[in-house]
Design a protein around this ligand. Structure first.
Ligand SMILES: [Zn+2]
Length: 483
């Protein structure tokens, strides 16, 4: 082991000497040959680092004549969902593909990918240069000193690369599609749509945090927002709906998830915020009815279970079908927050969260602080309740009394709140012969009496007819309506 330490010293020196050379021996080289299905990882050290992390089973190691270690083997075919390594006709992927490297022992400053030119590679790191030589496509990436290798993903595929440039506040962002030949016709629309989403969220949240954004065709049924790219199933690339909410959602993860990293110890706040700001806001812009349907869908999904996982423990949805629960509950929390704070304070607070947290891991706590300091509102009770709640509140409202006042009518409402926040506001629709207006009633404790002045006699009332609060639904509300 002492020998190993002294070897490291000489390595560090050689790093500083060779920086700048494209053929530097400090490069970490990952090569893929799609014909032989052979993956090879070339490490800049004579011996493997002492590490507890397991080197993927399909790779076997040998020391090369140049004193490097070469790990090679056949990339496994995709047999089940959720695997980290795999290859199919549509491409090859290595999620966190170098995570087993012990970066305290081996610190490559660059990652070079090499493969046949009709099968180019890419990674989620910051790109330095790319070139073609001897029928190979090469691309080189700078690795930052404390690069989180679990978040460094590598892909290869039978891709044509198309590019476009977006100028944003004097900075250029390069947009790319890595599509198979059969999806080439869709490339222009994807470049155009991602460009407009990047512009939109740069304005709404803060400057786009990267120099590039790519849309990459995946041989597996995924839609993932990663650093500088989205990895999208080849099955759905050809569908125009992909250009709407789905793409907006993945682009917005560049801010929420990549730009500000999720501190999973506090639970995953990024999915809910991204769903709210992308999917939901786009539905809202289409129509009030679409937005209401989305909120109702979230509530209906949540109502299928008596108990749910608290938001501060939610990490990720195990299947796409779980998203309406895992994502919707959290998106609904952001809807209620915006309702509570108003648009201005809510979005200003999110911008503050972005400014104070970008480039680091943050969670609900930092998000709450940013919203509180921007709005001057104490949100501690709100966050405390909703982040730890494991069941939906149940509310009931009754028209307790109604009497003719000097002008119009004075009505008294009784509000019952079970398993609910200590204080809150409920939207109640008061239906008279002339109108059906929503009145936001404040309650406190389990039973409250509220007085409201109305213009004419109230015939009936409906609690939360537009599905604006997280709550247990009555049975008829859980049925789909033919709206
Ligand atoms: Zn997402």
């Amino acid at each position: 082991m002492i020998l190993f330490k002294s070897l490291l010293v000489s390595l560090v020196i050689s790093f500083s000497l060779i920086v700048g050379s494209a053929k530097a021996s400090s490069d970490l080289v990952v090569s893929f040959d799609p014909v032989l299905n052979e993956l090879s990882i070339n490490l800049p050290v004579e011996m493997l680092p002492a590490t507890d992390n397991a080197i993927p089973k399909f790779l076997s190691a040998r020391t090369t004549l140049e004193g490097r270690v070469n790990l090679s083997g056949q990339l496994p075919a995709i047999t089940r969902p959720g695997v980290a390594f795999g290859v199919a006709d549509g491409g090859a992927f290595l999620f966190g593909g170098l995570d087993w490297l012990d970066t305290s022992e081996v610190r490559p400053s660059r990652l070079k990918l090499t493969s046949p030119e009709q099968y180019p590679g890419l990674s989620t790191a910051a790109q330095m240069q790319e070139w073609q030589a001897n029928g190979d496509y090469n691309v080189e990436y700078a690795l930052i000193p404390d690069q989180d290798l679990s978040q460094l993903h590598i892909f290869f595929g039978p891709y044509n690369i198309n590019t476009a440039t977006l100028m944003l506040n004097g900075k250029s962002v390069e947009l790319r599609t890595y599509f198979k030949a059969e999806n080439q016709d869709d490339s222009a629309a994807f470049l155009q749509a991602s460009s407009s989403y990047i512009e939109r969220y740069s304005e709404q949240v803060g400057d786009y945090p990267f120099e590039r954004f790519s849309i990459v065709s995946a041989p597996i049924p995924v839609g993932l927002g990663l650093d500088r790219m989205t990895y999208v199933s080849e099955q759905i690339l050809g569908h125009s709906y992909m250009l709407g909410r789905s793409l907006a959602h993945e682009v917005l993860h560049s801010w929420w998830g990549s730009g500000v990293i999720v501190d999973y110890r506090q639970g995953n706040w990024a999915e809910g915020l991204t769903t709210f700001m992308a999917d939901y806001t786009l539905a809202e812009e289409q129509s009030g009815i679409k937005a209401k349907e989305m909120r109702r869908g979230w509530l209906q999904a949540l109502n299928r279970a008596e108990q749910y996982e608290p938001l501060n423990r939610f990490k990720q949805a195990s299947a796409r079908s779980d998203q309406s629960v895992g994502y919707g509950k959290s998106a609904m929390l952001f809807y209620m927050l915006r309702q509570h704070l108003g648009d201005q304070a809510f979005y200003d607070g999110l911008r503050r969260y972005w400014t104070t947290s970008k480039g680091s891991a943050a969670g609900w706590e930092q998000l709450q602080t940013a919203l509180e300091s921007q709005s001057g509102t104490d949100l501690s009770a709100f966050f405390e309740f909703w982040l730890s709640a494991t069941a939906l509140p149940r509310y009931a409202v009754e028209l307790a009394d109604q009497s003719k006042a000097q002008q119009g009518y004075l009505i008294r409402l009784t509000i019952i709140a079970e398993n609910a926040p200590q204080n809150g506001r409920l939207p109640i629709q008061l239906i008279t012969s002339e109108s059906a207006q929503i009145y936001w009633a404040e309650y406190s404790g389990s039973t409250s009496e509220v007085e409201v002045q109305v213009a004419s006699e109230v015939d009936s009332l409906v609690l939360d007819p537009n599905f604006e609060i997280l709550r247990r639904l009555d049975r008829p509300e859980t049925m789909d309506s033919a709206e």
